[in-house]
Design a protein around this ligand. Structure first.
Ligand code: AP5
Length: 216
């Protein structure tokens, strides 16, 4: 099993990059999306997440680990892009345990670096499909038909955590709890930084070039 981890602040473009790796056979596993599905289902994990999301907080590690492990087992694939996971040191250590137990290989940790001003612009203009979760941007990546998903024609919606106050709080929590993972993986020699301030196609191109050179 090969695993690629995408690290970076909210809105840096992790989901957007994961889409292009999916075209190369890497299953996109987004913990944010898994949690939103739990919220839609109204499960215990989803109900708890709903409260935390309003203040930009994280779901408990235990819940997230359960969701990731179930999703990996269900997918039966061998190649994964992890988007939004790990997000804490506890999760990173759990991933180490999973890798050792399953003879898996963490091939690269791609760190998407993006300025705060640009992040606010991206998140406030983001719209997502209410059915399939495909992601658009009002200006940078608009759908063909305004307000409708290109893939299934369903309504595009704005995420509840994509409002300025919550975005700022998510940035703070990212700095406190997730950014230290960059150093954790740097010590293992796994980190490649990508300038995510560039336009979508340039970032996607940079990651594809890296993938072709490095792990695909
Ligand atoms: P999650 O959904 O993972 O949110 P996030 O990490 O904050 O990241 P985003 O999805 O907001 O952004 P992204 O980097 O994927 O950017 P995107 O490609 O969409 O998690 C949501 C919540 O769930 C968390 O806050 C937490 O509560 C919980 N959670 C999730 N995982 C957890 C975990 N492991 N542990 C605990 N809790 C967890 O792009 C953003 C926008 O910009 C889009 O509109 C896109 O079209 C546009 N865009 C992308 N790239 C570019 C570019 N290069 N140029 C211009 N526009 C661009």
């Amino acid at each position: 099993m090969k695993i690629v981890v995408l690290l970076g602040p909210p809105g840096a473009g992790k989901g957007t990059v994961a889409e292009v790796l999916a075209e190369r056979g890497y299953i996109h596993l987004s913990t944010g999306q898994l949690i939103r599905e739990e919220m839609q289902r109204g499960s215990r994990i989803g109900k708890e997440a709903e409260q935390l999301l309003k203040v930009g907080g994280f779901s408990p590690d235990k819940d997230v680990l359960e969701l990731v492990s179930t999703a990996i087992k269900k997918s039966k694939g061998d190649y994964f892009t992890l988007d939004g996971f790990p997000r804490t040191l506890v999760q990173a250590n759990a991933l180490e345990g999973f890798i050792a137990a399953n003879d898996a290989n963490l091939v690269r940790v791609v760190v998407l670096e993006c300025d705060e001003e640009e992040i606010v612009r991206r998140l406030s203009g983001r719209r997502s499909c209410s059915v399939c979760g495909n992601v658009y941007h009002l200006e940078y990546n608009p759908p063909v038909n305004s307000g409708r998903c290109d893939a299934d024609g369903a309504e595009l919606i704005q995420r509840r955590d994509d409002v300025e106050d919550v975005i700022k709080q998510r940035m703070v929590i990212y700095g406190q709890r997730t950014k230290p993972l960059v150093e954790f993986y740097e010590r293992k020699g796994l980190v490649t930084r990508v300038n995510a301030n560039q336009p979508i196609n340039a970032v996607r191109g940079a990651v594809l070039e890296l993938a072709a050179r490095d792990w695909i």
